[in-house]
Design a protein around this ligand. Sequence first.
Ligand code: BDR
Ligand code: CA
Length: 307
Amino acid sequence: MTLPIIIDTDPGVDDAMAILYALAAPEVDLIGLTSVYGNVPGALAAANALRLVELAGADIPVAVGADGPRVQAPVGDATHVHGPAGFGTVSLPEPTRLADPRSAPQFLAENCAARPGEVTIVAVGPLTNLAAALDATPGIASTVRSVIVMGGAVRCGGNVTPYAEANIWQDPHAAERVFGADWPVTLVGLDVTERITCTAADLLPMVSASPRTGAFLAEAAEFYFDFHRRTAEIDGCHLHDPAAVIAAHAPELFTTHAAPLAVTLDGEAVGQTREAPSGRPVEICLDADIEGVRAQFLCALHAGWLP
Ligand code: BDR
Ligand code: CA
């Protein structure tokens, strides 16, 4: 059985890891990408998504999404984490592919409606496109199979402030909309993703097995590794976005706890995700088979399915 997914992404080094994992895992059917601002500005996110698709020799559409949040003022990008153009110091050529003519929210709604109950949306950037899709096409909630969100820090501290994780901090209003909608949501946040890591040595077999994508990822990740060395004092990096794709693909590797979620919308703790006393329950990942997730990620990348 293949798993049809759409990745909503702000590429980004770990976004690239997640997308390459989805393209490499034989049971994952990556229908397309929708781009969103976040790690880099919106236009660059769209171009980077197209660049990744071309690099991997994949024939999948990229639909362009939001360039900023809809309610609060933009908080700025994360090029200090992912490099000036999003892929560390690597500069990939201008994409020759064109973006899909549909907007990201339209693309999400139409693909979910075309295969009711089948498509999983994996959101690994700010949730602006998903909130816009809910507003424009409320019926999307009943046609999607599930929504997996990389974001939040429920029982741990944040990574951009003591309270907030980056994707939720970028657009807390969109997160509130997405968590409150009538669709099944799983949150893969810092509670688990900061425990799942990979090192430069882990990527080396990919360089031999898949020379083009492997060399790109190994080089792009150097900048991301450096950021983690300086700030988290680890040798390697956190696998935030790949963990969300793996939670869609191999949910048995994660332990979840169902609880409604509230998002702090302003003040010092803006962007915080908290368990709320009432509301729609969200499946919150609080634990995972850490070695199992790592192995799942590396096995797919080492298998040589990518160019
Ligand atoms: C999230 O923020 C971004 O920097 C990463 O790509 C990931 O989606 C981690 O907090
Ligand atoms: Ca991301």
